[in-house]
Each structure stands twice: as C-alpha cells, then as structure tokens.
Design a protein around this ligand. Structure first.
Ligand code: HEM
Length: 388
C-alpha cells in the first residue's frame, strides 16, 4: 500500500511526429539490414548450395538478393541519420528536431565530453555505433555494382555482424548499471529487437524474392520448399525469443492485466500483441496447411504443384504477415511512458515468485512451439503416407 501511494499517476503523452517516424524508421532500417543478412546466411545461402538446383535459378536468386541487400543498405543509412538527429533532439534540454538535423550540431553531440560518473562519453558510444552503421551500409550498398555482386557471400557475411553491432553497441551503458535487473533489461531489450527484426525483415525479404517467380524455372519449387523450411525454423526461434523478452518488458511496464485496456500504453501494447498473434496464426497456416502439402508434392515429384504451393500460396500468406509486421513496427514508438505510471502502480520489483511465474510461462511457450514442430512433421508424414 505504502509504495502504491508513493507512485504518482502520469498521463499518457503522445510522442511528437518526428519521434514516431524516426523510431519506426530506425527499426524498419534494422529489419531490412539485420533481417535480410541473417535470412541470407541461415536460409537462402544454404538452400542455393544444393547441387540439384538449376544454375539459372541460382543466378536469378543471387542477383535479386544482392539488389535487395543494396537497397537495405540505403534505407539503413537514411534511417540511421534521422535516428541520430532524433537522439540529439532528445538529449539534455533537447532542441527542435529541424535544428538537430544539422551535421555540425550532430558532430558536436558525438564529441561531447563524458558526463560525471560515466566511464565513457555517451556521444562516443553513438559515434562508434554510427561508424559501424556506415560500414554496414557501405558493404551492402556496394552490392549495386556488378563486380561486388560476384562477392555477394563475402559482403553479406561481413555486413551481418556489423548490422547486429549497430543495435548492440548503442545499448552499451555509459554508466555502470545499478543492479542485476538493469542488466536483464539490457539483455532482454536486445534479444527483443534482434529477434523481432530478424523475423519481420526475413519475411519481407522472402516475400520480395518470391515476386521474381516469373524469371524462375519450373524446377524452382524444390529450391523454394527448402528455403521456406529453413526460414520456418528461424521464425520459430524468433517467436520464442520475441515472446520471452516481450513478456519481461511487458511486466516491467504493465502492473496488471486490466491495465492493458485501462491505460493508453496498455492499449497500444494490447493491439501490438494482437497483431503479433495474427502473424503467428498466419505462420501456423503455412506450417500446418502448406508445409505438409509441400512435403507431399516434393516426395511425389509433382513439380508444377510444388511450384504453385511454394511460390504462389506461400508468399500470399507471407505478405499478410509482412503487413502485420510493419504495423507492429509502426506501433512501437507509441509505447512510450508506461502503463504502471499511468495507473499509479508501483514500479516492477522482481522476486523469486516473479521469476518462477516467468519460467513457467516460457516453458509453456517452448513446449507449445515444440509441439507445433512435431505436429507439423507428423502431418507431413501422414499426408504422404495417405497418398502413397
Ligand atoms: C513481430 C514481433 C515484435 C516486434 C518486431 C517487436 C519490436 C519491438 C521493438 C523494436 C521495440 C522497441 C525496443 C526499444 O525501444 O528499445 C519493442 C518494444 C516492446 N515490445 Fe515488442 N515486438 C514484437 C513483439 C512483442 C510481443 C509479442 C510483446 C509482448 C508479449 C512485446 C512487448 C514489447 C514491450 C512491452 C516493449 C517495450 C516498450 C517500451 O520500452 O515501453 N513485443 N518491440
């Protein structure tokens, strides 16, 4: 009771437009770069290496991937610049966003000395972050050029750790975190960002590549079946990570389930969770309905039906997921403040029972994801057995 009376109620403040656009833009930029390079490394590259692939299909896929990555580099660079200006506009006493766009002011901000008690200047952390961002963009943008395209592997695999470092470096604390919980905040926030952008960014890349189906041969179905299968695994890991970390962040900001509809912060979070559940449902349609049919067509050597399933049906559902994913990123900037402070609840304090409840929820989540995979596999086997 005592701590409740200490907690002051604070109304919800809609973030200014520049903040909404720069924050969504930054995460879209990260989705493009991190999502595409991770998906390339873990899903496209291994699928393209299969010896039975048609070499023309491989060439088309490599060309399209290189073009996409090059554009992702441009988007990352532009989004990074606006994000940096937004950081300046929010720093200290703040300044109008229009003024913060001036390169000279940004430069002074990056070179500002460390605050008292900080082990490193905050500006230095942002300077390193943005040097890494420029390097990652440069590696990706070079893929516009024919000669560099021949080194798609080397460039994409160089850009991959650099793109991850953009978000990780920015999270380095300038002052020592007060307690273990602050370290957990850092860990979960980064897990959330990386898994969220890998999932959304991977979906956008594959949906875009699938649009090149007109240039692919009749045999491309097998290649795409392999691609979707590999990506399904990445998406599954991301779903687990995004929900686990999202759970922690939700508990930090929301004091009770009812705050999801009694506070503005909670409402935005509720809409976000519903959108994500929509994505999971669409992913489930692909996993339970399309994957078994794809497995069957593959074993029956039904080339045209495989092509149809992998490059017409599958991408349709994936485009729906992409639309929902972009809506999720558009909502993120509205999650400002916290439901707890809006409702006057005390800040979150972790305890053994909180961790125990969290562990039960995470284990339930892991078990349901595991059952999903097993059930989908069993369905694929049953469909095959029924037709053989
Ligand atoms: C496609 C799925 C998702 C994506 C792409 C995504 C993306 C993000 C991003 C980029 C942030 C901003 C992090 C930052 O500002 O440092 C964020 C914050 C957050 N997300 Fe998610 N998220 C997803 C799913 C979820 C889910 C399922 C939950 C809840 C279970 C959730 C709960 C939260 C919360 C509570 C915050 C904290 C916002 C704040 O700082 O006040 N997210 N999300």
């Amino acid at each position: 009771m005592h701590s409740i009376s200490l907690a002051a109620e604070a109304g919800y403040a809609v973030p200014p437009l520049w903040r909404i656009l720069t924050k969504s833009g930054y995460f879209i930029g990260l989705s493009g770069a991190i999502g595409a390079t991770v998906t390339y490394a873990a899903s496209i590259r291994p699928a393209l290496r299969a010896p039975e692939n048609n070499s023309d299909d491989v060439a088309v896929m490599r060309r399209r991937t290189a073009g996409y990555l090059a554009w992702a580099g441009v988007v990352l660079l532009v989004a990074g610049y606006f994000q940096l200006a937004a950081r300046l506009a929010r720093a200290g006493k703040g300044m109008p966003f229009g003024d913060a766009l001036a390169p000279g002011r940004i430069w002074d901000f990056l070179l500002a000395p460390a605050a008292k008690g900080a082990w490193i200047a905050q500006g230095t952390i942002y300077l390193v972050q943005n040097v890494v961002l420029v390097l990652a963009s440069a590696a990706l943008i070079s893929l516009f050029f024919g000669r560099a395209r021949r080194r798609l592997n080397a460039l994409a695999l160089t850009a991959l750790p650099l793109t991850l470092a953009i978000t990780l470096v920015a999270a380095v604390p300038a002052t020592k975190p007060k307690d273990a919980e602050k370290w957990l905040d850092l860990l979960f926030t980064q897990t959330h960002i990386v898994s969220g952008v890998v999932w959304v960014g991977g979906l956008v890349l594959l949906a875009t590549l699938a649009a090149a189906r007109g240039r692919l041969s009749e045999d491309a179905g097998a290649l795409w079946a392999d691609l979707w299968r590999r990506f399904a695994f990445i998406a599954l890991v991301c779903v687990g990570a995004v929900f686990t970390s999202g759970l922690w962040m939700s508990w930090k900001h929301v004091g009770s389930i009812s705050q999801l509809w009694t506070t503005t912060y909670g409402l935005f979070l509720l809409v976000k969770i519903l959108l994500v559940l929509g994505m999971v449902t669409a992913g489930g349609v692909n996993q339970f309905w399309l994957m078994p049919r794809i497995a069957r067509a593959r074993r029956d050597d039904a080339t045209s039906s495989l092509l149809h399933l992998t490059l017409r049906h599958f991408p349709k559902v994936v485009w729906a997921e992409v639309a929902l994913g972009i809506a999720v990123l558009a909502i993120v900037p509205f999650l400002s403040g916290s439901a707890r402070s809006e409702a006057g609840s005390p800040p979150a304090v972790s305890s053994g029972s909180v961790f125990a409840t969290g562990a039960v929820l995470v284990l339930t989540l892991a078990a349901s994801l595991y059952i999903t995979v097993r059930a989908s596999d069993a369905l694929a086997r049953r469909t095959t057995a029924a037709t053989s």
